[in-house]
Design a binder for this molecule. Sequence first.
Ligand code: DC
Length: 201
Amino acid sequence: MACTIAIDGPAAAGKGTISKAVAAHFGFAHLDTGLLYRAVGRRVLDGVPPVEAARALRAEDLAADDLRTQEVAQAASEVAVIPEVRAALVDFQRAFARRSGGAVLDGRDIGTIICPEAEVKLFVTASAEVRAQRRFAELTEKGTETDYATVLADVRDRDARDMGRADAPLKPAADAVQIDTSELSIDEAVAEAIAVVNSAK
Ligand code: DC
């Protein structure tokens, strides 16, 4: 039986790490839907019009090695505001969600728009300061020159755009279970997510 787990939340709250761990624990497939928007944003930075880029997206575009930069993240957040871009990405996400054997999808609108019928919905959050601190540490580790204030401003900017857009804004589904990871270690956050899934089974 197909089982869909929807995991939404703002940038750098830990939903990617939690999603991967939950998928591995239950043997489900995992789709990071942010990568779809990042791949579109990447093509737009190369000069392709956003709707054209979204309609022409191919699976191999998701494997590009520079999709994790701050520049691409901002471009992704900008293209994600355009309803035709979102519409072009819906079928791929829903087909993935329905695959047999179970699927975990993480993003911004999975529990609200893409899979409102998901068996389990999680909304993973953390304070903007904690998220910026984590992203800053990640970037510094990778050797990217930046400072905490810039990263915090980026996080706030992306939050405002992702929550404020008219089409599929970031918000918890009415029946989502919220996990605030501000004070949790990765292991504690993953354990909490797995416990929520187990209690829903
Ligand atoms: O999860 P992420 O940081 O990789 O997402 C990048 C951007 O893509 C995010 O700022 C907004 C957009 N996005 C979206 O609008 N809907 C999704 N389901 C996933 C991402």
